[in-house]
Design a protein around this ligand. Structure first.
Ligand code: SF4
Ligand code: FES
Length: 328
């Protein structure tokens, strides 16, 4: 099994592992951001360039550095490879450039966007973005479109990562859509509307890294940091029925798939679970969904509060001294 060193940390990985997945095995800050790669979907990656890294040693056999920065999501690890991500000023500079490009057309409408608080571009912009844009030309804009009765496409926010195209391509029976045109006139084709008939089309919303595809049953109902995500399940004939229900008091405002530590869907869920089951009686509520403490959603400490409500504290030290303020 090849060994690779990323930002000074060595790891042994199975043959064929990409640099990005090797970094994910190590975890933490050295993991490059990925806006288009999605491990649960085939042929993703290679579109956004946010995952660029520097290969300072190609392999033990051929220690020459790779001449350009490499896309870590599609570059396979070689034995003895040495990679720099956050330790390379060149990579950081390139990432700033990529973010600047992504933000040329993407509107900074986070205050009114439903994806705010969960948006990967918002995080990237916060870490690497410029305070001002240098772009002087008109931004491209599109009319909002209804992709069926449950999904809203706001193409102006799209960064053309192709993830939704892969979802529709790989989870629907026929390919009926795609990205039309190329360059600055590229856009998600309206043929994507046809794929809404499929039971799994709602997964496009979960894989979209920005607010271009949003759930019409949840749009403008609440900011995500005011709702409390809870792991829940139900018997479903179409999917595993394992979801996250986002609750405000006792009301379910939206249903999404569960995410893994890389913020990717664990199991794709069906449209019935996602859009039709908003009654708490439809679900067995298990426990608060664990949210990374760096996320704005974790800031209201709902996890401790809900654990207490569900009587699941096993360690008495975890029980807060003051009575938690629970809304009725
Ligand atoms: S709509 Fe979202 S998922 Fe689809 S290509 Fe655009 S950014 Fe990617
Ligand atoms: S994640 Fe590698 S190019 Fe987009």
């Amino acid at each position: 099994m090849p060994k690779v060193t990323i930002d000074g940390i060595e790891i042994e990985v199975p043959d064929g592992t990409t640099i990005l997945n090797a970094a994910r095995m190590i975890g933490g800050k050295i993991v490059p951001p990925a806006m288009c790669y999605y491990s649960k979907l085939k042929t993703t990656g290679g579109y956004c360039r946010t995952c660029l890294v520097k290969v300072v040693q190609g392999s033990a056999k051929d220690p020459r550095p790779m001449p350009k920065l490499m896309v870590s999501c599609s570059t396979t690890v070689q034995d003895g490879m040495v990679v720099q991500n956050i330790t390379s000023p060149e990579v950081m500079e390139a990432r700033r450039g990529v973010v600047e490009f992504l933000l040329i057309n993407h509107p900074l409408d986070c205050p009114i966007c439903d994806q705010a608080g969960e948006c990967k571009l918002q995080d990237l912009g916060y870490e690497h973005g410029l305070q001002k844009t240098r772009y002087e030309f008109p931004r491209r804009t599109f009319e909002k479109e209804d992709i069926g009765d449950k999904i809203k496409l706001h193409m102006t926010r799209c960064i053309l990562c192709y993830r939704c195209v892969k979802v529709a391509e790989q989870l629907t029976p026929k390919r009926v859509h795609g990205v039309m045109n190329r360059g600055d006139v590229a856009e998600i084709s309206t043929y994507i509307k046809n794929s809404i008939d499929n039971d799994f089309s709602g997964n496009m919303i979960d894989v979209c890294p920005v607010g271009a595809l949003t759930d019409k049953t949840f749009r403008f109902q609440s900011r995500v940091w005011y709702v409390k995500p809870m792991d829940a399940h139900r018997d479903c004939k179409k999917c595993s029925g394992k979801v996250v229900v986002w609750m405000k008091d006792e009301e379910i405002l939206r249903v999404t798939a569960r995410m893994d530590k890389n913020n990717e869907v664990e199991e794709f869920i069906c449209n019935e679970c996602r859009f039709e089951k908003k009654d708490p009686a439809d679900w067995v509520i298990e426990k608060p969904t664990h949210i990374d403490r760096h996320s704005v959603i974790a800031q209201n400490h709902y996890e401790d509060e809900k654990q207490l409500q569900l009587g699941k504290f096993t360690d008495p030290k975890m029980i807060p001294k003051a009575e938690p303020k629970l809304k009725k």
